[in-house]
Design a protein around this ligand. Structure first.
Ligand SMILES: Nc1nc2c(ncn2[C@@H]2O[C@H](COP(=O)(O)OP(=O)(O)OP(=O)(O)O)[C@@H](O)[C@H]2O)c(=O)[nH]1
Ligand SMILES: [Mg+2]
Length: 592
């Protein structure tokens, strides 16, 4: 058990890639938390996908010892799709290290995450990272930070998370500046800020104790559903689970309970001792999904497997929303809501890898409000459920506020593109003489797919983007079907602006033509709105050489592709229509 005034809880927050996980690495080394032989780059990024892509997706707590103190660090993601991980982490700590890349300065998520931390009244410690880079401009970045926080230059620490320079000073500063948890001797009150699922241990709750003491064997109760259970094991993160038998007020750790039903351990819920009549902690604002897609299995009999998998992933992904659905063409599946396209992509990839599921994912869409002539309103998240136009009074779509931070020389490139995407200009704010914030409102549908990539390329990689929900506004929307060999491909049905149906239809058809697998007969490709063809092409009957793009002698890869092609043909023959491979769907989605 640790003395409460020796505990410091803090997060590292920053824009994507500014070095949070790397700084955490150095801290783990300096404090001897992780053995040298077990150390590796971005150690706290434990998920395979995180390591592969070099980005943090999930928050990760770890406990360290430094100068007689216990420091609980939570590493957070920087990508805007995973902001919910940041806000949940912030609710479990007293301080935040605001990390800024010395070569890049303040970016869109620096601001967004700072505002979240300020909302929680956290102590903010500004840190400039990557001072080892030749392009580091400490003076300039300091000015930006001073302008933003109103602090003085001496308050800003300078580190290189790569070399470790300055990192000890950061640890010292945390002890000095971040407040110890409040010494609250009331009965137990603990926040569930995350949960995870373990094959052997089942549901694992991540918790921050706000009062009292919790130990193994305690009978506990969950505030929202009055679910009673027992603490079977309890401990802290190193970053693996270390059983300690007890967690004291102010500490961050994990709890293993007897809860079997995965849905019952809700993030944001409060844990009490049985019989307690304390008030629950405020928990979290419910997050709203931005984008919806249907998820189905290729094999009809894998629905149960898909259900189990989604339930498990949901446990370590509090922002995911899902409900069962059925489609005539695709069978039983789930309608899922995500915080953004990267979130959808990661989720789909995890289902594939961790659960070995072959999926069909329908074209992602935002949630439209459809006002019917009979005065009813429906929330439309599935293109195929679009009511007949004769029943519709009007439709509304979600708008976002966006902030783009960019060096001023790229404004001329960016502005025309944003306007083309239906952006409505709001204002401009200068961060310094060279960099500024552009503010627009824009339909969510405009920024969903490749907006961010485009902003990046138009600014040679320098601009960054943040967005948040604004309101709903009227739009002219129609349902567009894609037909392959005169069959509607349900997964490709989408909702498009009426005046763009022809252009979008044409683009999809063109893409399909490029990516569809070979056929031995002519295939008609068409886009249709309300039964009327708005665009069409023909795919000729030549055997397309699927291996043409493979140079060199990768024989196994070549054979695999040919086998895949053969399998595809078999399925076509069986189903009497064309099989659309996942790659084709992705290509359509990415507007290539
Ligand atoms: N030169 C240099 N590179 C650094 C430093 N700190 C981090 N990097 C590099 O910057 C890149 C991003 O580092 P991460 O630690 O993954 O950044 P992050 O903030 O955790 O990124 P997300 O979690 O995806 O938001 C990696 O290639 C690091 O090696 C530094 O001090 N100097
Ligand atoms: Mg990271």
């Amino acid at each position: 058990m640790e003395e409460i005034n020796k505990i410091r809880n803090f997060c590292i927050i920053a824009h994507i890639d500014h070095g949070k996980s790397t700084l955490a690495d150095r801290m783990l080394e300096i404090t001897n938390t992780v053995e040298e032989r077990k150390m590796k780059k971005q150690l706290l990024d434990q998920m395979e996908l995180e390591r592969e892509r070099g980005i943090t997706i999930k928050l990760q707590p770890v406990r360290m010892k430094w100068h007689n103190h216990i420091l609980n660090l939570i590493d957070t993601p920087g990508h805007v799709d995973f902001t919910y991980e940041v806000s949940r982490s912030l609710a479990a700590v007293e301080g935040a290290l605001l990390l800024v890349d010395a070569s890049q300065g303040i970016e869109a998520q620096t601001l967004a995450n700072l505002y979240l931390a300020l909302d929680q009244n956290l102590e903010i410690i500004p840190v400039i990272n990557k001072i080892d880079l030749p392009a580091a401009d400490i003076n300039k970045v300091s000015k930006e930070i001073i302008h933003l926080l109103g602090c003085s230059a001496e308050d800003i620490l300078h580190v290189s998370a790569k070399t470790g320079k300055g990192v000890e000073k950061v640890l010292d500063k945390i002890i000095k500046k971040v407040k110890a948890p409040i010494n609250n001797k009331e009965e137990v009150k603990a926040l569930i800020f995350d949960s995870n699922y373990d094959e052997f241990k089942g549901v694992v709750i991540y918790t921050r104790i706000f009062s009292g003491l919790l130990k193994k064997g305690d009978k506990i109760i969950l505030a929202s559903n009055k679910e009673e259970t027992e603490v079977l094991d309890i401990g802290y993160f190193k970053p693996h689970w270390v059983s300690s038998g007890v967690l004291n007020n102010g500490e961050i750790g994990y709890i293993i309970t007897g809860i079997k039903d995965l849905a019952k351990a809700k993030v944001g819920d409060t844990i009490f001792k049985k019989g307690s009549n304390l008030k629950a902690l405020p928990g979290y604002k419910e997050v709203k999904p931005m984008v919806y897609a249907g998820i189905f299995t290729q094999e009809g009999n894998e629905y149960e497997k898909l259900r189990e998998a989604i339930l498990k992933l949901k446990l370590s992904d509090a922002s995911l929303i899902y409900e069962p659905t059925h489609s005539q063409a695709l069978g039983f599946g789930f309608r899922c809501g995500f915080l953004g396209l990267l979130h959808l992509e990661i989720f789909q990839e995890r289902l594939k890898r961790e659960f070995n599921l072959d999926l069909i994912v329908t074209t992602p869409t935002v949630a439209y409000y459809v006002y019917l002539s009979n005065k009813k309103k429906i929330v439309l998240t599935t293109p195929t459920e679009m009511p007949d136009p004769s029943q519709i009074d009007y439709i509304e779509e979600p708008y976002m506020n966006i902030e783009i931070i960019t060096p001023k020389e790229y404004v001329g490139n960016l502005m025309p593109y944003i306007i083309e995407e239906k952006g409505i200009y709001k204002d401009t704010e200068y961060l310094d003489e060279n960099r500024l914030i552009l503010r627009y409102s824009i339909p969510l549908a405009s920024i969903l797919v490749d907006f961010y990539d485009k902003i990046k390329s138009l600014s040679s990689g320098y601009a960054s983007l943040n967005y948040e929900f604004l309101d709903y506004r009227k739009c002219q929307l129609v349902k567009m079907d894609i037909l392959v060999a005169e069959h509607i491909v349900e997964a490709l049905t989408s909702l498009v602006y009426k005046d763009e149906a022809h252009t979008v239809g044409k683009r999809i058809i063109k893409t399909l033509k490029k990516v569809l697998p070979p056929a031995q007969f002519v295939i008609k490709l068409q886009a249709a709105v309300g039964g009327k063809i708005v665009a069409g092409e023909k795919l000729s009957a030549l055997r397309k050489d699927v291996t043409a793009k493979l140079y060199g002698g990768d024989v196994t890869r070549k054979r695999k592709l040919l086998e895949k092609q053969k399998k595809g043909k078999k399925r076509m023959a069986k189903a009497g229509k064309i099989a659309i491979p996942q790659e084709a769907y992705l290509a359509v989605l990415k507007r290539s």
